[in-house]
Structure formats: C-alpha cells, structure tokens
Write a protein that binds this ligand. Structure first.
Ligand SMILES: CC(C)(COP(=O)(O)OP(=O)(O)OC[C@H]1O[C@@H](n2cnc3c(N)ncnc32)[C@H](O)[C@@H]1OP(=O)(O)O)[C@@H](O)C(=O)NCCC(=O)NCCS
Length: 172
C-alpha cells in the first residue's frame, strides 16, 4: 500500500505487500522487495535495492545505489551518505553507496559514512557515526563507532549481554 503524498518514480519497482507511508520519495530504478515497510518522509535514492521484509522507520535517507539485504532494520532518521567530501555544485563526486547486509540493525539517527559495509546481523548503536566497515555479528557504538566489546563499564557489559542474546537468537 502506498499512502498519500508520496513521489514514486515510474521506473521504481515495489514488491508485493510493501507498505509506504506518507511523504516518501522513491527515485528512478529503485527496487523494493516484498513486505518492506517504509516509514514517512524517507528518501530512497536512484537504483537503490532493498531486500524483502526490511524496515525503514521515519526519515531514513538512502543515497543512490544503496544496497540493503533482507530484514534490514533502519531506525528513525538513519542517514547513509555517499559523498565523503560534499561541496555545492560538485556533481562528479565519487559516489560510494552503503551496503547493509541482511539482518543488520541500525539504531536511531545512526550515520553511515560513504562506502561502508555493515555485516550480517551487525548492530549499530543509536547515534553512532560509522566510519569503518562493521564486521558481521558485531555491535558498534559512538562517534567514530567502535566495537562495543572495547567498552568496559558494568552497565556497558549488561547492555552487551542483552544485545548478544538478541544476536545469538538471530543466528538460529
Ligand atoms: C570528516 C570527513 C570529511 C573526514 O574525511 P577524511 O579526512 O578523509 O578522514 P578519514 O576517513 O581518513 O578519517 C580520519 C579519522 O577520523 C574519523 N572520522 C572521519 N569522519 C568522521 C566523522 N564524521 N565523525 C567521527 N569520526 C570521523 C575516522 O574514523 C578516522 O579515525 P580512525 O583512523 O581512528 O578510525 C568525512 O569522514 C566526513 O564525515 N564526510 C562527510 C560525509 C557526508 O556527510 N556527506 C554528505 C551526504 S552524501
């Protein structure tokens, strides 16, 4: 279902059961799989491919040619970038879209810098700025984002435990 005030390009492909909320832009050549949910005010760049059952919450920005696997979760206002050195009027930039592998989860307002791959089942903490690839089954937090296993406090460890449980379950 596509709700009101969306701008869906005629060449975009929308899979069966995919739901697109209000004020979403889906640019030319984008391909959305089946049962995807796209929250309001998302931007899905040209040629972007989104795998089945992925979730984009409100305000997610995906630049041109982003690749998302299946069951990818993007929390509200996740921003993926593709231009490392943005300048007004530079249309020849070296575009480096993100590659978000199946079953990874990105917390609210995470920022993914150009050319980053987030591995399968990896978790990116809310507000993280991801400057390096994230290995599969790894949790990263902070700015720049680092693997959470580098964190030492008891509360970090408690959080770690909960996240790891989630990840272990998701391996089944
Ligand atoms: C700030 C920026 C220009 C730096 O580029 P750079 O000078 O080539 O820097 P590098 O990639 O060599 O990174 C240098 C260090 O800074 C860190 N770093 C880079 N950008 C960072 C950012 N935005 N926030 C926090 N840390 C950052 C890197 O992790 C690296 O540290 P490390 O080696 O200890 O891991 C670039 O990373 C950036 O943020 N560009 C803006 C992208 C954007 O928003 N585009 C607009 C939308 S498409």
């Amino acid at each position: 279902m596509i709700r009101q005030f969306c701008d869906i390009h005629g060449t975009a492909e929308i899979g069966e059961g995919t739901e697109i909320w209000n004020y979403v832009s889906v640019c030319a050549g984008a391909k959305l799989g089946t049962s995807v949910v796209v929250g309001s005010s998302c931007w899905i760049g040209k040629g972007t491919v989104i795998g089945n059952n992925s979730r984009l919450q409100t305000g997610v920005f995906l630049p041109n040619n982003s690749i998302l696997g299946e069951n990818v979760f993007c929390g509200p206002h996740v921003i993926a970038t593709d231009d490392k050195y943005p300048r007004v009027g530079n249309h020849d930039y070296n575009a480096q879209p993100p590659n978000l592998k199946s079953n990874c989860s990105l917390g609210a307002s995470a920022v993914i810098l150009p050319g980053i791959t987030v591995g399968e089942f990896a978790v990116v903490g809310a507000g993280a700025v991801v400057t390096h690839d994230v290995e599969p089954h790894t949790i990263v937090v902070g700015s720049p984002a680092i693997p959470i296993s580098a964190m030492q406090s008891p509360s970090d460890r408690e959080m770690l435990k909960r996240w790891y449980q989630t990840i272990q379950e998701s391996r089944i």
